[in-house]
Design a protein around this ligand. Structure first.
Ligand SMILES: [Zn+2]
Length: 500
């Protein structure tokens, strides 16, 4: 699915995993902050000896597993059935849809040998699986009764990125979900595209806390083989947007290529309408780190935190404290939360910093004095504040925080995002907004071929791209609006931003 062409040139500097805190500020040097946070909180080890591939470590995997859980739960609820497709796709499948193969060829890893013997047909390590799914759709789909045919799989896909890679954001192997659906009519297919956009809101925004805008991409930036492409852009503090899930109207392009037909109610054989959607979990994880993290370290939304509560007994050799810690752990586990008691050799201050850097939502600091006074000290990472509560209220308080936590992160993230979108009427205005790490909203002539020269001018002058139109927003355009670049009649409201 998503296949954006703009590749970052930055090469991550290698930092050894360490428990020391971050030494740069997110807003001052975002790129270095991102590299440090990945390595210092042990999300991934970048020292694997194949270029562009990385080892995902437990602290990211535990969170990504939860992300998969929420995405799959919603997809299944909406009628998608799970599949596991083969990792390899024969070259002949990939070649069937011409613009698809044209778009993906430069990035395909090919398997050419089985042992010493050259294979009769080259096999691609899937860069995306349209050409695997639709081959089978042609065998499975027979009549209108089979439609809509809604599938998905969780998979890792491979793309030989030609420029520098960045961990989580752009690796040569990444982890995602891809959904593929066949429909009776164009209307049904478009309904699916809208459903995909809603799924993105329900999960990425409401659970993972990521603000985004879903754009319809201009014609020159569509997915190879799609007739319409819609993609969610999330904003980084450095003013670059990251493309997150995209959903595509493949129309009948692939059903023609793969002969996906059904017998309709009128007895006639018709081509199916196909849509696909691709939330890339490892890439969404990058946005979770970037949007919520701060100068102290990670900040996980409560539902997808690898660990939700850490208990730190201030004196780890005191039997009473250990006993109390374990009792608390058990009670909190009964709420369905994950809990760990930190009995490591570090000093208490180091432990506090460590768990803050790791982004654990709730930390309980348990000291002897608190124990005597029947009090509990709770630190919450959403507000970075400590609360001292009577011991009897501890569980109730934790439950309350668990419910408020993600909402607080969402509120903060939404506010920052909205504050970065500014209107502009001319090129110098756009330039200023982009220089201030914002997204410019402008009137624009055309998102078809006619607009390419205006888009090129924006790119040349500001380094930013026309990301597309927001669904239904063009209706707000007044009839005498003019394109911010060429002053011809404006037909769209588009958004302009720098991008990864
Ligand atoms: Zn124009």
């Amino acid at each position: 699915m998503s296949r954006d062409k703009k590749v970052s040139q930055e090469k991550p500097k290698e930092i050894k995993p360490s428990q020391e805190g971050l030494t740069v500020k997110k807003d001052e040097n975002f790129s270095e902050w991102f590299t440090q946070i990945i390595q210092k909180t042990e999300l991934a080890d970048l020292r694997y000896n194949v270029k562009g591939f990385l080892v995902f470590q437990p602290w990211s995997v535990l969170s990504m597993e939860k992300m998969y859980y929420y995405l799959e739960k919603v997809l299944q609820k909406k009628g998608h059935k799970p599949y596991f497709f083969p990792t390899v796709i024969p070259e002949s499948n990939l070649k069937k849809e011409s613009s698809h193969i044209g778009g993906f060829t430069p990035e395909v890893f090919w398997v050419t040998h089985g042992g010493d013997k050259e294979l009769e047909e080259k096999l691609a390590l899937r860069p995306t699986s349209e050409t695997a799914f639709y081959q089978m759709f042609s065998l499975w789909i027979r009549s209108y009764n089979d439609l809509p045919f809604k599938t998905y799989q969780r998979a890792n896909v491979f793309r030989h990125e030609t420029k520098a890679t960045r961990p989580f954001l752009r690796s040569r192997e990444f982890h995602w979900i891809e959904t593929h659906c066949a429909h009776e009519s164009e209307e049904d297919a478009f309904r699916q595209v809208k459903e995909d956009m809603n799924t993105t809101k329900e999960v990425l925004h409401d659970i993972f806390g990521l603000p985004f805008i879903f754009f319809e991409r201009p014609s020159w930036d569509k997915f190879p083989g799609a007739s319409r492409t819609f993609a969610a852009d999330v904003l980084n503090p450095d003013g670059k947007v990251i493309q997150q899930p995209s959903t595509h109207m493949l129309s009948q392009n692939f059903s023609k290529a793969f002969d996906v037909k059904f017998k309709d109610k009128d007895g006639k054989e018709k081509l199916a309408w196909i849509t696909c959607y691709g939330p890339a979990v490892s890439r969404i994880f990058a946005s979770v780190i970037i949007v919520h993290g701060d100068d102290k370290g990670l900040k996980f939304p409560f539902e997808i935190a690898p660990l939700q509560v850490a208990i730190v007994p201030i004196n780890k050799d005191d039997d009473k404290l250990i006993k109390k810690s374990k009792e608390l752990k058990k009670e909190i586990e009964e709420l369905g939360l994950s809990v760990e008691v930190d009995l490591s050799e570090k000093r208490p201050g180091e432990k506090f910093n460590y768990w803050e850097m790791k982004g654990v939502p709730i930390r309980i600091d348990l000291g002897l004095k608190d124990l005597e006074n029947k009090k509990i000290t709770i630190f919450r990472r959403d507000t970075d504040k400590k609360e001292v509560v009577p011991e009897k209220d501890a569980i109730k308080t934790i439950e309350k925080i668990s419910k408020e936590f993600t909402k607080n992160l969402i509120q903060k993230a939404d506010k920052i995002f909205e504050g970065r979108i500014k209107d502009s009427e001319n090129l110098s205005g756009i330039k200023k907004i982009i220089e201030n790490n914002g997204i410019a909203r402008i009137s624009f002539c055309s998102t078809e071929k006619a607009g390419t020269s205006c888009a090129a001018k924006i790119e040349k002058e500001t380094g930013a791209f026309v990301r597309g139109t927001k669904f239904d927003e063009d209706k707000k355009l007044s009839t005498n609006s003019k394109c911010a670049i060429c002053s011809k009649k404006a037909n769209h409201i588009v958004y302009v931003a720098r991008a990864y």
